[in-house]
Design a protein around this ligand. Structure first.
Ligand code: SF4
Length: 737
């Protein structure tokens, strides 16, 4: 919570700031509620020309792209050219909640999907985020907002679904940093205290202006805390695009949310399955995951126990100090007893907040704030992966990443990379401008973050992300290019999220064979593969790498949160055969029921996968159109596949020697560590290529990773403009039909 005691007359200040706004354009529209989940129109805003217009949602869009991520990809495809760069005016930011988004019956139904051309990858990025913006946008009258162009000065876009106005205003005085911006704009556009919850703000921050790894914060007003809370669309630098367009905030002001705003085809059908799920969460959460008390931070020690927690730039998988940042610590730091759902009706309530953090550094030093998190990814990435095991500093970094609009995952992986470069002598004080980057140095880590926000120093280099740093360091002759390639944890330009994949071949593919880059929201197969050995053959792994990315894609088409799917399971889920149990069949059926109940369109489990397959293949073709998306772009760094250095090998010598004997058929005795590392590398890299062959075959792609024409036809996306991208690639491989 912002420290209002430091201000005199907060509301006078808000009025003064609003008076300083200059309206650039104001457009009227007729507010409307969705029918069967769709409003059937989207909102287009051009910040260069100040054009504001409604666009019709076509039946083709609904049939093929469904909503959410699908709508975003389709809009972006039509907005940009193969030569478009992230900072060109024609790049867009599209936000869409999906047809099921905003229902208050089924837990986890308030997500917005954000799509843009990423600054770090140069291909489309999609990011899934909580908070109220997407649903409130829909309940104002729009299935998506599509923002193109660039403003000359800092502006905000206000969508007022109570008054039927869309306004673009210059907003010179408000702070860009999210924890302040969200509070200020929420209070500015709410009519009264009861109306605060009907306002949601999207903002980024000063860090996103200077780094490529900027994120967006989506707010909701937490009635019990009396404060705005934040959820992040973290990945791929969309916050950087946002600030590059000189957007300070998006504000939506919607009607009061009620039970059936989506006007479901069969409301009772949705309510019935929702009630069942609420009961299940209530009965099982404390026994299974304790999400209501600890959020995803409950995973910290689980990952450590299985050697999966990234430590020191993914060198190691556990650490004796993990207990200092484990779930029990967060259980005490998080305020308990407050329902922490990031959308109405989410009884999982995992959006935990640590109230009362007194800021130690930077421009807000001395302020008392609520930190939204940390979630597992932040604790693992900003913490363990950088050798930092101090919860106070983790809260500090979490707070500043969020308010500066910096993605904690990319920040964690990027700072872990430079810390390893420091360890190996690739960086020194002369090269970092005096910042010591030894493992565990939390103050230095924070200073990098403050430098990003100030636009100065070595923090600006770190803010470019791992892929660009590897290039910069190699060009300067700092370190060996091969080593930098091996230890720089990125694929396609996106930094890895925070799981060790060395001992799970399926997860190596789960990360590197993603469309957007290595983010676990597409596939998380480590337990199935490594712990439970349920997918032993290449074909088994390929089947999992077909099904799960498609299943998870479906959440993003419809506005769902993944967590209620499998973080709590029915008590008898284990009675299914193991491969089926991993899918949580009862919950999959729930999603089919909710989809049919809201849209009136019946859906089978197989049909659900087919829906996603269409969008997934479309995104793959989109990547190819933008110059990535072939086999060469699906290659992971070796650090994600096996031991790069002697220390890494020796830390697990017994395991690796055993594997040499049993898997590779080589007697390790008498071999040097370097020889053993080379043997592992040849084996693991060969095995990865075989996996890629099996996955491409299962997905209906050529050996170069190009979707075949028959695949496009099956997915009904053999549209002329899609085929035109694929055809030359197929011809290069000698494939004519
Ligand atoms: S499960 Fe957690 S993150 Fe997902 S919608 Fe519910 S509260 Fe938000």
């Amino acid at each position: 919570m912002y420290d209002y005691t430091k201000r005199t007359s907060y509301h006078d200040k808000i009025s003064e700031m609003r008076n300083a706004h200059k309206t650039l354009t104001e457009t009227s529209f007729k507010p409307s509620l969705p029918e069967r989940g769709y409003t059937n129109r989207t909102l287009y805003v051009n910040l260069t020309t100040l054009e504001v217009k409604e666009k019709q949602v076509t039946q083709q869009m609904k049939d093929l792209f469904i909503g959410g991520r699908g709508f975003g990809l389709w809009d972006l495809w039509n907005a940009i050219k193969p030569t478009t760069k992230w900072n060109d005016p024609e790049n867009e930011i599209i936000i869409s909640p999906g047809p099921l988004g905003g229902n208050t019956q089924y837990p986890g139904s308030g997500k917005s999907l954000v799509v843009s051309l990423s600054p770090t990858t140069g291909i489309p990025i999609d990011s899934n985020v909580g908070g109220y913006f997407g649903p409130l946008l829909k309940f104002s009258g729009f299935d998506a907002i599509e923002i193109q162009g660039k403003a000359k000065t800092d502006v905000i876009i206000v969508i007022d679904g109570q008054k039927g106005k869309i306004i673009i205003e210059e907003a010179p005085e408000e702070e860009a940093n999210s924890h302040v911006a969200a509070e200020q704009f929420t209070h500015m556009y709410a009519e009264n205290h009861d109306d605060l919850r009907n306002v949601s703000v999207v903002a980024s921050g000063r860090g996103a202006e200077n780094a490529l790894i900027g994120c967006l914060n989506f707010s909701w007003f937490d009635v019990r805390r009396g404060a705005s809370r934040l959820k992040q669309a973290g990945r791929g630098g969309i916050g950087t695009v946002f600030r590059n367009k000189k957007l300070k905030a998006l504000v939506v002001h919607a009607p009061v949310v009620k039970g059936d705003m989506n006007h479901a085809a069969d409301f009772d059908r949705v309510a019935e399955v929702g009630i069942k799920m609420h009961q299940e969460l209530s009965d099982n959460d404390l026994k299974q995951c304790r999400m209501r008390r600890q959020g995803t931070a409950h995973l910290v020690e689980v990952m450590d126990n299985y050697d999966l927690l990234p430590v020191k730039n993914f060198q190691y998988g556990n650490h004796p100090d993990t207990k200092k940042i484990a779930s029990e610590v967060w259980d005490k730091r998080f305020t308990q007893g407050i329902p922490d759902g990031c959308w109405y009706g989410c009884s999982m309530q995992c959006s935990k907040g640590a109230d009362g953090h007194v800021v130690k550094s930077g421009p807000y030093k001395g302020h008392t704030v609520t930190v939204d998190g940390p979630e597992y990814e932040t604790a693992a990435g900003v913490g363990a992966n950088c050798g930092i095991f101090d919860p106070d500093w983790l809260l500090e970094a979490n707070f500043y990443c969020d308010t500066y609009g910096i993605d904690t995952i990319s920040f964690g992986t990027s700072t872990a990379f430079v810390m390893e470069c420091w360890q190996r002598g690739i960086l020194n004080k002369e090269r970092t401008g005096g910042i010591a980057l030894d493992w565990g140095n939390a103050e230095s880590q924070l200073e990098l973050l403050h430098q990003m926000a100030r636009g100065e120093g070595f923090g600006m280099i770190v803010g470019q992300g791992v892929a660009r740093m590897k290039k910069i360091f190699a060009e300067k002759g700092w370190g060996n290019a091969g080593l930098l390639k091996d230890i720089g944890m990125e694929v396609k330009g996106l930094e890895y999220s925070q799981y060790m994949s060395k001992e799970s071949l399926a997860q190596q593919g789960g990360y590197a064979l993603t469309n957007k880059g290595p983010q676990h929201d597409e596939a998380w197969l480590i337990f199935m593969d490594m712990v439970n050995n349920q997918i032993p053959s290449f074909e088994d792994k390929a089947e999992a790498l077909h099904y799960f990315p498609l299943f998870r894609t479906w959440f993003g088409l419809n506005g769902f949160c993944k967590l209620p799917w499998n973080d709590v399971e029915p008590v008898d889920n284990h009675k299914h055969p193991p491969m089926d149990a991993a899918k949580v069949p009862e919950h999959v059926q729930n999603y089919c029921e909710v989809f049919a109940g809201i849209t009136g369109r019946e859906l089978t489990k197989e049909g659900l996968i087919s829906m996603s397959e269409t969008v997934y293949n479309f995104q793959r073709v989109f990547n190819i159109r933008m110059g990535k998306g072939l086999r060469e772009h699906d290659l992971p760094p070796y650090r994600s596949m096996g031991p790069v250095t002697e220390e890494e090998y020796e830390s697990r010598q017994e395991r690796y020697d055993k594997q040499l004997k049993e898997l590779i058929g080589v007697n390790p005795s008498g071999k040097s560590v370097q020889e053993k590392i080379a043997l592992h590398r040849a084996y693991r890299e060969g095995r990865y290529q075989k996996l890629v062959d099996a996955v491409y075959k299962r997905r209906g792609w050529t050996s170069n990773g190009v979707p075949k024409l028959e695949t496009l036809q099956r997915c009904k996306i053999d549209l002329p403009e899609v085929v035109a991208v694929v055809k030359p690639m197929l011809l290069k491989e000698g494939i004519r039909d």
